[in-house]
Design a protein around this ligand. Sequence first.
Ligand SMILES: Nc1ncnc2c1ncn2[C@@H]1O[C@H](COP(=O)(O)OP(=O)(O)OP(=O)(O)O)[C@@H](O)[C@H]1O
Ligand SMILES: [Mg+2]
Length: 469
Amino acid sequence: MTPDHPYQIIDGEPPKMTAEERKFAYTPHGAARELFDCQDFEVLIEGPAGTGKTRAIWEKLHYIAGKYPGCRILACRKTRVSMTASVLVTFERDVVPPGHSILPGPGRAGRTEYVYPNGSVIVLGGLDNPERLFSSEYDIVAVFEATELTEDDWEKFFRAMRSHVVPYQQVIADCNPSYPSHWLNQRANTPGMTRLLSRHADNPFIDEHPETLDNLKRFTGTRRIRMFEGKWAAVEGQVYTEWDATEHLIKPFPIPKEWRRVRSIDFGVRNPTVCQWWALDGDDRAYLYRELYKSETLLSDIAKQIEALSEGEYIEGTVADHQGQERLIMQSVGLPTIAAKKDIPTGLEKVREMLRIREDGRPGLFIMRDCLVDRDGLLVEARRPWCTEQEIEAYVHAKTVDGRPIKEEPVKKDDHGMDAMRYFAMYINPVIASTLTLLGEKESKRPARAVEDEAAGEWLSVDNDDLFG
Ligand SMILES: Nc1ncnc2c1ncn2[C@@H]1O[C@H](COP(=O)(O)OP(=O)(O)OP(=O)(O)O)[C@@H](O)[C@H]1O
Ligand SMILES: [Mg+2]
């Protein structure tokens, strides 16, 4: 088959270019180059962070859109909103030269497509709005961070591949490795899907910015194996083995007014302060529906933001860490809190109980996708987790000197969302489950009123002891 690529291998002196031209001049290497030449129906380009996977896909899409007038391309992620500050930045900043005719129009957040002068279109979308995506037909589909999808999501694209303007149809995925049994890894082991291995050596940007790799080298454990070494690896000693993103991460929906709402806060100074907003349905299933995850910010400013974000909502209580003076500061700006119960083994057990799949096949705890209010640029740059969801898989048991996991003692690192989640679980299930177990009862629920009463009592007594003691 004829290779389908725009680049030429130039012998001798490279052409003279201005800095701006050089920025947009693109030569694919390694897996990126293979991607240009590949015309297989299903292809996965995978590798550690920053190898140039996303750029390679965009360069190919942009090239194909220009080469085949009237073709239809879909670029998507699990949610449309998650594209705005990630892959769309790469496209508009690094791939499309300034002044290109596809750029005017809505900003990145509101854009639904890029229309080329030759009639080609790159449609943007998220699997959270499938009707819009699948009512159309495409030549090429690109799915960024495809480990976020279910296999069912992936197979849905196949019937939309009927535009037939480009001489071949292709569904492209990119991802960082996840756990070995992930459906995408297994699928790429079958002859039906081509796997391309993208590596840091493929990305010339890293030669100019070696500090990118320094950040990755700082990772430890499974995160390092996946994001720096690029291998599919199970999380060793994971605390919440019940966690399964395909079960526990859900599409956001409006919270009914009558549901209970609780906030939970873990304070940090250099470390992020995390505030989680939880809602509880009639079956006591918990939904994390909003999250603030912010480092290097004054607590009084965070308190104001929490109040502003909660406007119009009835929050029954705000449970919070009580290490230092933070609760006092919060109270002084009008945000009183309830001291969290911090017993770690009990807290972990409460969270596990909630994560477990119940008899009707659904778990007792969910995180709404994209419920984070603002991405903290400092954390993103430092390659540290910037939301609760990112902490869960890397939350592991500490180890003894001879490497054995210490039961119920998680490593105290990147665990701020994890702490807030424990405080919340302890607040809504305060010791009742264990008390009832002691009494030989099976029932693990009790009326919300009793919880509130107990919380209110604790609120009064703890403020003084904890803050001034
Ligand atoms: N061939 C290339 N020449 C110059 N710069 C490149 C090249 N490939 C990638 N880059 C640049 O390297 C940076 C990282 O690339 P990209 O975002 O595509 O990596 P990625 O593998 O998708 O990373 P992640 O795994 O974190 O999603 C971007 O700034 C991109 O423009
Ligand atoms: Mg990428």
